[in-house]
Design a protein around this ligand. Structure first.
Ligand code: 7TS
Length: 399
């Protein structure tokens, strides 16, 4: 653990005069020095535009960028690296699919999303439905924050099912394997928003049989401004691109343009090479620690935090699913989550407060928001103790 923490200089800094306890990993993780160095190294030694020049530097940049794509392929166990599209992030990846589907969907078609989605897996589908005339259906959830999945929610009209692998607000791990199998039985495609799964456990898109899988670089110890869309080849080939520009074409005349093959069809303009190279380094960092070791460490933190926080009078957990990743949402009776967050911040403890871009979940529980602690690779049991003491102090001041 000491050697892992050593790699994150920010963890040695102070916030409000107190050592930082960073528990907002679901929003964004901190970056190890090697990721920062890989980006600096790229700019210092290898930067030029990709896929264009015959000159050596352009070829070097292209090689590094394409090696990053191969690293993502390997990380997700995709069949082929041309099924890996670099995007600005998870939101951009979902919008790429939803904007393409907007043109494939027809009136009478249905798109199924869940009550547990982040706004970025709700709004793009609302837009696609509004513009195409398709209808949006919702998979309901129960009071534990688990999806009430039933294959009867599907019909031959269902063309797309878009659900998250793990809920960012509650930590629920969703039964996506069952959902994918049932959706395929009615020939619906399935998009899995993996923004909160990729930081915590290994993903195998082939074993899952997901049609599309998306995630963000900045939540897996990589840089901001880069993300990934994985798709099955036949579906990506059928999906219209939603941005036009350089790099995504085969031929252009004023009367007609033909598109480049995947993945370039979806990568209009100069891509975020530095971002992809930083992401490559971040995936190496995670793989070297080992996804199983990460999952078991974070699971221990989650269990310990749940047990210790539950001793605090008036604590109420929001999201008590059987199967959870290391996200813990809670309220202290009589205290507004925002006030708890501000007091914790004064103690150097960074947690997220609010609706976490999941307003339908907050509406379900009839609450304004929650306090959310989310754990990453570098968090320790001592930090959980600090959180518990901080929440106790906040409660004694506010209630
Ligand atoms: N999907 C899920 C499940 C998320 O948790 C997030 C971001 C996104 C999509 C969007 O990712 P982006 O990188 O494109 O913004 N979630 C959060 C969060 O929980 N707090 O801040 C951002």
């Amino acid at each position: 653990m000491a050697s892992i923490r050593e790699q994150f200089p920010i963890l040695k800094t102070q916030v409000n005069g107190k050592p930082l306890v960073y528990l907002d990993n679901a929003a964004s993780t901190q970056k190890p020095t090697r990721v920062v160095n890989a980006i600096a190294q790229y700019y210092n030694t290898s930067h030029s535009n990709v896929h264009r020049g015959v000159h050596s530097l352009s070829q070097k940049a292209t090689q590094l960028f394409e090696e990053a794509r191969e690293a993502v392929r390997n990380y997700l166990n995709a069949e082929s690296s041309d099924q890996i599209i670099f995007t600005k992030g998870c939101t951009d990846a979902i919008n790429t699919v939803a904007s393409g589907y907007e043109r494939l969907l027809k009136k009478g078609d249905e798109v199924l999303i869940s009550h547990l989605e982040h706004h970025s897996n709700i709004v793009p589908w609302q837009m696609a439905c509004e513009r195409s005339g398709a209808s949006l259906k919702i998979i309901p959830m129960n009071h534990k924050g688990e999806l009430e999945w039933s294959a009867s929610l599907l019909s031959p009209r269902t063309k797309m099912v878009a659900v998250n692998h793990v809920s960012n607000a509650l930590g629920t791990i969703n039964p996506i394997q069952q959902i994918i199998a049932d959706a395929h039985a009615v020939s619906a495609a399935v998009l899995i928003d993996g923004a909160q799964a990729t930081p915590h456990f290994a993903i195998d898109v082939q074993a899952l049989d997901a049609d599309f899988y998306t995630f963000s670089g900045h939540k897996v110890y990589g840089p901001t401004g880069v993300g990934v869309l994985y798709g099955k080849r036949a579906l990506l080939e059928k999906l219209p691109p939603y941005q036009g520009g350089g790099d995504m074409i085969k031929t252009v005349t004023f009367s007609k343009t033909t598109y480049a093959p995947i993945p370039f069809k979806f990568e209009a303009g100069t891509p975020n090479m530095a971002g992809a190279i930083g992401l490559h380094e971040a995936l190496n960092f995670m793989s070297e620690i080992g996804l199983e070791a990460i999952a078991s460490h974070e699971n221990r933190l989650l269990l310990y935090a749940t047990e210790e926080l539950s001793r605090i009078p008036g604590i109420r957990f929001i999201g008590t699913a059987e199967n959870k990743a290391s996200v813990l949402s809670f309220l202290v009776e009589g205290a507004h989550p925002y006030d708890v967050g501000v007091l914790l911040d004064q103690m150097g403890i960074a947690v997220r407060t609010g609706h976490h871009c999941t307003q339908p979940i907050m509406d379900y529980f009839e609450i304004p928001g929650t306090v959310r602690a989310s754990f990453g690779i570098y968090n320790t049991m001592e930090e959980v103790d600090q959180l518990v003491r901080g929440v106790m102090r906040s409660a004694s001041m506010l209630v």
